[in-house]
Design a protein around this ligand. Structure first.
Ligand code: AMP
Length: 601
């Protein structure tokens, strides 16, 4: 393949709404498979792409297909065949996001197991793109419920998987049922003979696109991968950051948006990190790199493009938070460490569905990447204790005003008949409270003590969750309300339940961040946060407007929608009043009535 490294999406003659959507999803430059495929498909050529999941192949066909959609036509113009329902949904979602600026665009996923009547109804409306599994599509062809006469593009996605799953005959039937002059793109990670035969028989003089890479890696870089499972990637990263001894670190993500989001999240967890992406002006980029070089900054979150050519000797670690598109990008990334004869370490996060990319990287680099497990709680305790001891030893040598402090210890010993060792033990206990040397087992990945208190009446809820009988207080049984709870600024508060909890490893910081950003509620107005196993109770200003409530229902934290609801156990709701940012004046009857109505909603 020719060198496409400097190509931008704007160079690909894409219509403005597509460029705007790509920028909105945060893609900086086309991945190699995109740079090679998009121009071919835009010219109407047939294409055979040797590409697997993770290379950006979905956008490689979705973007040129969308570029030629005529929104005025009602019948399907493009069809994508996928081996599984999951992939069909995923591909349909990708189309939807790239078409976000194309008003009136409709994509329809069709797969087995979904209600046939719903599909039949949907097929009667305008549909521009269909993403289907072969079996279900054949059903529709046989029922004549689908009209493929206007189809001008067909994509066979993961063709080798469709072969493996026994769909090859269905695929051929579908190819025969589509107009002869449609363009066809066939994507496959491997090229077994039956797939090659399909390509030869049905594709018209296809361009074969294969991203060849001849690359070598530096031998003084140790390489590891962690198979993403159980813990989410952010928590896994946090744990690694706490335990690994690193000098400078560069963390690679895929999008510009992700550089900023991840930097924010790490900063909120007590690490100092900065983004580095192509949207930042030159001056800011240079400043960030200088800070990394000078040691004022230890962690930089970058996209491939922004980090190209970065030469900072003190980068001891490269984290591949998102797997790169291809083997070559991986080699470029890890080459940011192990510079000037130093040794380096590279860690790669691999989701189960990205395993093939891992194997491919190993094959290309002819190096084995070793599996690693996440640091355990014991590792964390050990690391925190070592750091703590080192600080004490440092203070032993460099302490100022020693006599004054020693005097305090002597007095405590004397007044309490305690030994110096006992006093020292108490001091260690006090000092570590903000960052416990022994983090609680269920939260051991948190680098900082939470700002919010987690004690309360909530164990009653937990018992109720577990199906145990719980007795309410006398007043609650009689339906009386306790005196209204207010925050320090005098604003009446109401309790809400959100559906993330300890099992999602959520932190109060993440909850505050999401609520503050999405609902525009200032942090100071967010009250107690009580995290339970499967949910959290959070106190917010009473009388939340409906629109804010709806926004918060959909807001996601730890990749889960909050699904916020009023807390059924809250005894404070009669106090609710539409919150206007000012302390309340007087309770009034109308408000109570309004709240009763709200209860029924
Ligand atoms: P795919 O290989 O199509 O499954 O894509 C893998 C991931 O890469 C998806 O999360 C895409 O959103 C992302 N992706 C695709 N193209 C780009 C791009 N040009 N820049 C950044 N991320 C991309």
């Amino acid at each position: 393949m020719s060198d496409t490294s400097d190509l931008s999406f704007a160079d690909l003659n894409l219509p403005e709404p597509l460029l705007a959507a790509l920028s909105a999803v945060g893609y900086e430059t086309p991945s190699p498979i995109q740079a090679a495929t998009i121009p071919m498909l835009m010219q109407g050529k047939d294409v055979v792409g040797m590409a697997q999941t993770g290379t950006g192949k979905t956008a490689a066909f979705a973007i040129p297909l969308l570029a030629s959609i005529d929104l005025k036509k009602r019948k399907p113009q493009a069809l994508v065949l996928c081996p599984t329902r999951e992939l069909a949904i995923q591909v349909a979602e990708a189309f939807q996001s790239y078409a976000s600026q194309m008003k009136g665009f409709h994509v329809l996923p069709l797969y087995g197991g979904q209600d046939m009547r719903t599909q039949l109804r949907a097929l009667q409306r305008t549909v521009h793109v269909i993403v289907a599994t072969p079996g279900r599509l054949i059903d529709h062809i046989q029922r004549r419920s689908i009209d493929l006469s206007e189809l001008d593009s067909l994509v066979l996605d993961e063709a080798d998987e469709m072969l493996r799953m026994g769909f090859i005959d269905d695929v051929e039937t579908i190819l025969q049922a589509t107009p002869d002059d449609r363009r066809v793109a066939l994507f496959s990670a491997t090229m077994p003979a039956p797939i090659r035969r399909v390509a030869e028989k049905y594709l018209n003089n296809p361009e074969e696109i294969r991203i060849e890479t001849a690359v070598t890696t530096n031998e003084n870089i140790e390489q590891f991968y962690w198979l993403v499972s159980g813990t989410n990637k952010l928590d896994a990263l946090t744990r690694i950051l706490e335990v690994e001894d690193f000098d400078g670190m560069i963390i690679f993500v895929r999008t510009k948006t992700a550089t900023v989001e991840l930097a924010d999240k790490l900063n909120a967890r007590g690490f100092s990190a900065a983004p580095l992406n192509g949207d930042m002006n030159q001056q800011l980029r240079v400043r960030t790199v200088d800070q990394l070089k000078g040691g004022q900054l230890d962690i930089v979150i970058a996209t491939d493009v922004a980090a190209r050519g970065l030469d900072v000797e003190r980068i001891s670690h490269v984290m591949n938070f998102d797997i790169p598109y291809d083997d070559e990008a991986y080699v470029h990334r890890i080459g940011r460490t192990g510079r000037a004869g130093r040794s380096g370490k590279a860690i790669l996060f691999v989701a189960p569905r990205e395993r093939r990319l891992l194997r491919s990287i190993e094959k290309t680099t002819r190096q084995k990447i070793e599996p690693m497990s996440l640091p355990s709680r014991a590792d964390l305790i050990d690391k925190r204790s070592q750091d703590f001891k080192a600080q004490v030893v440092d203070a032993l040598a460099n302490q100022e005003e020693r006599a004054f402090f020693q005097n305090i210890v002597t007095e405590i010993c004397h007044d309490n008949e305690a030994s110096a060792e006992e006093v020292a033990t108490a001091l260690v206990y006090l000092l570590q409270q903000k960052r416990p040397l022994m983090p609680p087992p269920e939260k051991f990945n948190k680098p900082k003590q939470d700002r919010f208190d987690d004690r309360d009446r909530g164990d009653r809820r937990d018992r109720k969750d577990r199906g145990e009988r719980v007795h309410n207080s006398k007043d609650e049984r009689k339906g009386k309300n306790k005196k209204g709870r207010k925050n320090e600024t005098g604003v009446p508060m109401e309790s809400f339940k959100i559906h993330v909890g300890h099992k999602d490893e959520v932190t109060p910081r993440e909850i505050v961040g999401a609520i503050a950003n999405e609902a525009g509620i200032e942090g100071k107005h967010i009250g107690q946060i009580k995290i339970r196993d499967s949910f959290t109770i959070v106190d917010l200003p009473a009388g939340m407007p409906k629109e804010v409530f709806q926004t918060l229902k959909k807001t996601r934290v730890c990749q889960k929608p909050l699904n916020i609801e009023r807390d059924e156990f809250d005894s404070n709701r009669a106090e609710a009043k539409e919150f206007d940012g000012r302390p309340p004046k007087k309770k009034d009857k109308k408000v109570r009535k309004a709240n009763k109505k709200k209860d029924k909603r």
